[in-house]
Design a protein around this ligand. Structure first.
Ligand SMILES: [Zn+2]
Length: 413
């Protein structure tokens, strides 16, 4: 009791950030409590102490007298997760000592202005990314919750050519396990250093015409070691062969579809993937970005992406789980609008896209009791959109405010 009285005095004299203790009401033209629940028109979400306390129509929710009405209003959904990002651009260097305002500017440009309250970094200098995460956790930097795979595992001599331009000191730290024992030791070292998952490159091209593969035994050992610590395994498959290795190894999440194969994934492959509950992050916009960089003609781009769109349609029809992700950070174009448009072209409904951003990752990370839905007692992670994604999926990227743990981490100018 005495502590709270002391806090109240500090709040009164304005010497302490008392935002967490404040009750805030956010008015909404429409609320999407969850993709599988009816929407609420003319609603309100009440938050306090980083949690949601009430959600409902304005004429039914009793708003506490001391509540402050947020200046932000619009279409409200749960906070988004981007399950495929990278903190590898030079702008993140020296995250432990960079001025907070610079880091906040970068985080806003890449992530929070698009509604991401949780992001999964699928490969970076783990120590630097964890330093960034720590500063956000300690309240010194406004930003999303960051989860990371730390340093990925590659086949021996298998650093892909497209990341050869990373700093040499970072390349020197990469894990390239040759044996089952190496793989287990690499996974243990990575997780002990603070990583939240393991990422396996199963099939890489270190140079023109050169292909390297991680053996099924090495991949399986890495996956077992990770699962023994109740963590998930991500994989970059590159090819259908890589997808097959991922299935045998027990990989949980594919960070891409595959591009340039003769035919989309067949029914048997799909059956095995869904039987193993493997999730897929499509990264359609990345394919366009990469193909354009290579100077591919537009009709070739359309044909190749068309095949991956069909792949995703088949995967969803087979009952597969899709997680939203863009590879932003590796991809220097930050705006996710094109990804939403491609997902709609893969016949995903706006509510299926919302699920890939909210409930699907919450369930995949076994956090569905506390996030992914706007329900009382859930974390106050919210996005306020300027338009309704049911009218146009591009509205998923039209963000007015992003709120994490009850605190604003982005507000549109
Ligand atoms: Zn990536």
């Amino acid at each position: 009791m005495r502590y709270f009285a002391f806090v109240a005095v500090l709040c009164a004299i304005g010497g302490l950030d008392c935002a967490r203790a404040e009750t805030v009401a956010i008015h909404a033209t429409k609320i999407y409590p969850a993709p599988d629940k009816p929407t609420i028109a003319d609603g309100v979400v009440v938050i306090r102490d980083g949690k949601i306390t009430a959600v409902g129509p304005r004429n039914r929710v009793k708003i506490p007298k001391d509540a402050r009405v947020s200046e932000c209003s619009g279409v409200v959904t749960a906070g988004f997760q981007n399950s495929h990002v990278h903190f590898t651009e030079r702008i993140w260097d020296d995250a432990s000592s960079q001025p907070a305002k610079d880091l906040e500017r970068h985080l806003e440009a890449m992530l929070t202005r698009y509604g991401f309250t949780t992001v999964f970094d699928t490969g970076s200098d783990g120590a630097n990314t964890i330093a960034l995460r720590t500063r956000i956790q300690n309240g010194g930097v406004r930003g999303p919750r960051i989860l990371t795979v730390g340093l990925p595992l590659y086949p021996p001599d298998g650093i892909p050519s497209y990341i050869n331009d990373l700093p040499p000191e970072l390349l020197a730290k990469m894990h390239l396990p040759r044996t089952v024992e190496d793989a287990r030791a690499d996974v243990r070292a990575n997780l002990a250093a603070g990583a939240d998952a393991t990422k396996l490159f199963l099939h890489t091209s270190p140079g023109q015409g050169v292909v390297t593969r991680m053996s099924a035994e090495v991949a399986r050992a890495a996956a077992e070691e990770t699962h023994a610590r109740s963590k998930l395994v991500f994989s970059h498959p590159t090819s259908v062969e890589g997808v097959r290795t991922a299935i045998t190894a027990g990989v949980d999440i594919l960070v891409h579809t595959t591009l340039g194969e003769k035919a989309p994934w067949d029914a048997e492959l799909m059956r095995q993937m869904t039987a193993k509950k493997m999730s897929v992050i499509p990264t359609f916009k990345l394919w366009k970005y990469e193909l354009r960089k290579d100077g591919a003609p537009e009709e070739v781009i359309d044909k190749l992406i068309g095949a991956t769109l069909q792949e995703l349609r088949n995967f969803i029809s087979a009952g597969g789980q899709v997680l939203f992700g863009t590879d932003v950070g590796y991809m220097h174009e930050y705006d996710p609008t094109d990804e939403y448009v491609y997902m709609a072209q893969a016949n995903m409904t706006p509510m299926q896209i919302l699920a890939s951003l909210t409930t699907a990752p919450a369930e995949r990370w076994k956090e569905d009791q506390r996030r992914g839905r706007l329900v009382p007692s859930a974390d106050a992670d919210l996005v306020v959109l300027a338009g309704d994604p049911a009218d146009d999926v591009r509205n998923f990227a039209q963000v007015r405010c992003t709120i994490r743990d009850g605190k604003p981490i982005y507000r549109a100018p």
